[in-house]
Design a protein around this ligand. Sequence first.
Ligand code: GLN
Ligand code: ZN
Length: 713
Amino acid sequence: MFPFPKSTVLGYPRIGPRRELKRVLESYWDGRATRAELDRAGAEIRDRTWRRLAELGLEGLPSNTFSLYDQVLDTAVLLGAIPERYRAAEDPYFAMARGTEGLAPLRMTKWFDTNYHYIVPEIGPDTVFKLDAGKPLGEVREARALGFETRPVVLGPVTFLLLGSALDRLDDVLGCYEELLGALAAEGVEWVQLDEPALVGDRTPEELAAVRAAYERLGAVRARPGLFVASYFGDLGEALPVLAGTPVEAIGIDLVRGGVPAADLTGKTVVAGVVSGRDVWRTSPERALAALAAVRASRVVVSTSCSLLHVPYDVEAEPELDPALRSRLAFAEQKVAEVVALAAAGFHGPAPAGPSVALSGPVVAEGRGPYEVRAAAQAEHLRLPALPITTIGSFPQTGELRAARAAVAAGTLTPEEYERRVEAEIERAIRVQERLGLDVLVHGEPERNDMVQYFAEHLDGFAVTRNGWVQSYGSRCTRPPILHGDVGRPSPITVRWTTYAQSLTDKPVKGMLTGPVTIVAWSFVRDDLPLRDVVFQVADAVREEVRDLEAAGVPIIQVDEPALRELLPLRRAAQVEYLEWAVAAYRRATSGASDRTQIHTHLCYSDADEILAAIDGLDADVTTIESARSGARILGAVETFGRGLGPGVYDIHSPRVPGSEEVEELLRRTLRVLPVERVWVNPDCGLKTRTYEQVEAALANVVAATRKLRAEL
Ligand code: GLN
Ligand code: ZN
C-alpha cells in the first residue's frame, strides 16, 4: 500500500471564488448558456482548485469533490439510482435536483447539522443499482492531465443508504462499490476516500454490523486503492472499534468536534481533522499539535475536520473587514495553509489573541405569569375575534426594493430616499392586510435582506462579509455573518418600522424579531466561549429590543426560531441539554414582556413533532408552524400542546393559490384536535418569495374560509 500523503483536506468549496458556478448554472437553467459552457466553467473551477491546493503545499489532493448540484445526488447517479420517472427527462440530473414542468424534484433536506442541503436518494425495493463511474474517473484523469495525482472522494455505502432509508439494500450497493474500487485501481489510483458522516450519530447494533460487513467486503477486494473512510461532524463512538477491526487502511477522525480517541490504532493511518471545516477561525497550533501528538496510530496525517465546503474561499477577498478581526480569521485558503504548516515540522507560531471573555450573567428570573393568566390579560387588551388571522411576517420582496437596497449600499441612493421607499412598502402591505380583513397585521419586513443578516448588521459583535459565500443548496449561497465579539445592541433596531406600520392602522401590528438560537445558527460563531453563552448574549440583545417595542406600545411581538431544530446535536445524549439551554435562552429573550403583551413564535419544519415538548417550553403565547406543506401531519401530535397554535393552512413554497375549501378543510381538522380559543389561522411561513398577486388571492381565500367557520361557532 502507498503511504498516505502527510497533509490533506476532506473537500473544498466548489461554487467558485466569485460564485462562477452559480452564474453559469442559472444561465444554463434559463437557456442562456450551453451545456458546453457549463462544463467548461466546472472544469475551470476544478483546475483552479487543484492548482491552488498544490501551490499552498498540500500533498494529498482530493478529486470528485466538485459537483454541479450536490454530492449525494452525484452518488445516486454513480450507483445508477435514478428513479424511473426522471429517465426520460431532457436532463435527468437537474430534473431530479429541481424538477421539470411535469415532474416534482426529489426531496431535499439538511446535511447533518449544517446549513447545506442535499438531495435525498429515492431507493425502492426495485431500484436497480448499476455503476456509472464516469464522474470520479473523469476527474482523476482531468487532474492527471494537469499533472496532479488525486484521491477521489465518494460518499460511502452505509451513509448513502441511511440517507435513503434503505440499508437493507447494502449487498446490492456493495457490488457497485467493489466494481468502483476495481476501476480506480485499474486507473492507477492509490487512495480512495469514502465519506461516512452517518457514523458519528447514534447507530443501532444492526447498523454497526452493516458497517463491519461493508468494510470487510470492500477490504477483501483484491486489486483496489487504499481505503480511507472519513467520518466528520462528531465522535465516531462505538463505530470506531468496528471500523478499526476491518481491513480499511485509513480512518478520518474529527478532532475538533470529538476528542482524541483513547483506542490504540496501531496498524492504521489516522487522518486527523484538527483544522475546523465548520468555523472561520484560525487554528490554535498548540492545541492542534497536542491533539496530533496524542493520536496513537501507525501514521498520523494532518487534515481538516470535514470538507471545507462549509466555509468561504478566502479572507483576502475581505479588505473591508477590521484588521484585528481579519487576523483571527481563516477561510478555506487559510485553512489549507494551516494544514500544511501543521504537517511540516517546526511550526511554532503564536496563537492569535482571543477577544476578552465575558461570561454571561445569571439567567433572568421568569418575569411572566402562567399562560392562562396571560391569555386572559391579552384577550382583554387585544379583543381579537375567534380564529384570529395573521401572517408570519414577510410580505413579497419586490425587485425594486432589492435594487434600492443595492443602490443605497453603492451610494447612488440617499438613506432618506431609501427609508421613504421602505415606508411606502410598509404602507402597501398594511393596506392589503386591512382590505383583506386580517386581524393581526405585520409591517412586512421590507427593510430586511435576510432575517439574520439584518440583525447582525445592527448588533455589536458581528461583522458581515462581502464575498464570504457558502453553498446552501444547488446554486444557492448565503453569507453567514461572523459573530466575533461580545454582543450588544447599541440602539433599537426594529422599533421605528413597527411603530410606523402601527401609525397607519387601528388593527394591532406585531413586531417581528429573529430569535437568539436562529441568529447564532446562521452565523459563524466565536469559538472561545461555549455556544450556550454566546446564545445568551444574543438573547439579551433581543430582550432589549422586546422591551423597547413594548415601551413603544407594540401589543404583540413575534420572536422567530426556525433554526431551533437545526442545532439539535446529532447524538441523543446531548440533545436534552441543548434543548434545555436553547429554550432557556428563548425565555430570557421574551420573558421581560408584561403579561398583556402577546409573544408569538414561528418555526418552520415538518418534523416538529419530535421537539414539540421543547416548543411548548418556549412558553410563547402563540406558535405558528409549517403544517400544510407536509399534509398537516403535525396535527396528529398537537393535542397536548398547551398554548395558542397556528398550524399553517397553506404552503407558501409554491406559487399555487389554495382554494378556500382546502383551507376550510384544514381548519376543520385543526378544530378537531385543538380548542377553538387556542387556534390561529396563518400560512405556513413568510410570504417574501411570493408575488402580491398570489398573496392577495391566497389570503382572500383564507379569510373567506375562516369567516365561514366563525359563523358556525
Ligand atoms: N418572519 C420571517 C418571515 O416571515 C420568518 C421566516 C422563516 O420562518 N424562516 O419571513
Ligand atoms: Zn417559516
